[in-house]
Design a protein around this ligand. Structure first.
Ligand code: HGY
Ligand code: MN
Ligand code: MN
Length: 408
């Protein structure tokens, strides 16, 4: 792999063009599952894959597969996502889709003829925005989403998955191949590579994510007329719960436990009305599942105590509580060797963000290739990785795919 063969200018143009396909004006990128922007983004990427000579197909969940047929048996997978949470940046997921496409185009340009097929996957809904649960597409491929779980999915407006599949024109289609291995290129979404001045991170472990939803029902009323002793204020119960979430993460005494109340909605949302309802969506993660589960239990106990004391009715729903993923040591060591050969500084590391690789690791040997992002910032419009950082990631991925596919 000759990194100078990567057409970095074209890749940057494509990243910029995809960033403009958004529900918000630049620099903000928002592409929520099956929104009009998500559908346009999907069409854009499918077109680029077809123009690159890949055979494009889509399964019933909307996962897109772009395949380079090899001469022999077996398939090597790569890919990521292009959906984006509200107020996001242009690189999360996209680097692992457009960068992987550039890796395949570069290999083709160099005359490489793969023995094993190579397949670029654009996964549906890596982000949890629409239904509160992330990695819908890769969970589907990994067989971890029972149909009754799918049927229960509802978005904030009460629409189910079928409603959005119909709007997106999804039909059942040929699904995943059997993969011999999977490698995902992604921005680090953390500060370590930049702080240590390193080019590449090779992921050994992906932290265990979980999320829960708490619905609170108090009693509303006139902000002037309802006296304090009579109040059953849903917002204040939610506020105490949000603080209990923070406390649960800190109480493990380990920096690897993190917890966030990322969604906090109240009704009716009028300055002169006591909040009668609140909705909290809480994200709790840790590199160790047992420590994460202890934090979840502490949050559940606190919610019970707070709501009993404040006479608030509540519903607590566990949306997901997934195990961490261990990446394949053989794949990790292969990427370490390739970084050495490409003279790229590198380190093995943990991913604190979750990714589709978390579920692909249930199907086949998996690892991830991280590139630095400025200030470790992600899930914000100022998310940034430079063209040379992206090119280093693409070159590492291309050489990894070449070695895994083997010459025909
Ligand atoms: O939240 C995450 O870890 C991922 O970016 N969806
Ligand atoms: Mn993300
Ligand atoms: Mn991502």
């Amino acid at each position: 792999m000759n990194a100078s063969n990567i057409d970095s200018a074209r890749l940057q143009r494509e990243i910029e063009e995809l960033a403009l396909i958004s529900e918000n004006p630049p620099p903000v990128v928002t592409r929520v599952l099956f929104s009009e922007a998500d559908l346009r983004g999907r069409a854009f990427v499918k077109k680029l894959c077809a123009e690159a000579g890949l055979a494009v197909r889509q399964d019933g969940m909307g996962n897109i597969f772009a395949r380079w047929e090899g001469a022999g048996e077996g398939t090597i997978g790569t890919g990521s996502h292009i959906d984006a949470i509200p107020n996001a940046g242009k690189y999360d997921g996209v680097v692992g889709v457009l960068g992987a496409l550039e890796a395949l185009r570069t290999l083709r340009k160099e005359g490489f003829r793969p023995r094993k097929s190579l397949e670029l996957i654009i996964f549906t809904a890596e982000e949890p925005t629409r239904f509160g649960i992330g990695c819908l597409g890769s969970r589907w491929l990994a067989g971890t989403l029972p149909s009754e779980r799918l049927a229960r999915l509802r978005d904030a407006e009460g629409h189910d998955l079928e409603y959005w599949r119909k709007r997106a024109g999804l039909a059942d289609g040929p699904g995943a191949s059997r993969y011999d291995s999977f490698v995902e290129l992604h921005i680090e979404q953390g500060p370590i590579l930049e702080q240590r001045g390193l080019d590449i991170g090779i992921v050994e472990k992906i932290a265990a994510p979980s999320s829960l939803r708490v619905k609170l029902e108090g009693v509303g009323g006139h902000a002037g007329a309802v006296l304090m002793p009579e109040r059953r204020d849903a917002l204040l119960a939610g506020a105490e719960i949000a603080l209990a979430v923070e406390k649960a993460a800190r109480d493990t005494g380990n920096v690897d436990t993190v917890a966030t109340t990322g969604v906090f909605r109240i009704e009716p949302g009028a300055v002169n009305s006591v909040p009668c309802r609140a909705l909290l969506e809480i994200d709790v993660r840790d590199t160790e599942a047992a420590r994460r589960d202890a934090a979840l239990r502490q949050i559940e106990l606190a919610t019970n105590e707070i709501c009993a004391r404040r006479k608030i009715k509540f519903e607590l729903e566990m949306i997901n509580a997934d195990p961490p993923a261990r990446c394949d040591p053989g794949l990790v060591n292969l990427v370490v060797k390739i970084c050495g050969a490409l003279q790229l500084s590198h380190t093995k590391m943990i991913s604190r963000a979750y990714h589709d690789s978390l579920f692909m690791a249930l199907l086949c040997p998996t690892t991830m290739i991280f590139i630095p992002c400025r200030g470790g910032v992600s899930h914000r419009p100022d998310e940034y990785s430079s063209p040379s950082q992206i090119a280093a990631g693409v070159a590492t991925l291309a050489e990894t795919l070449r070695r895994l596919a083997g010459e025909a």
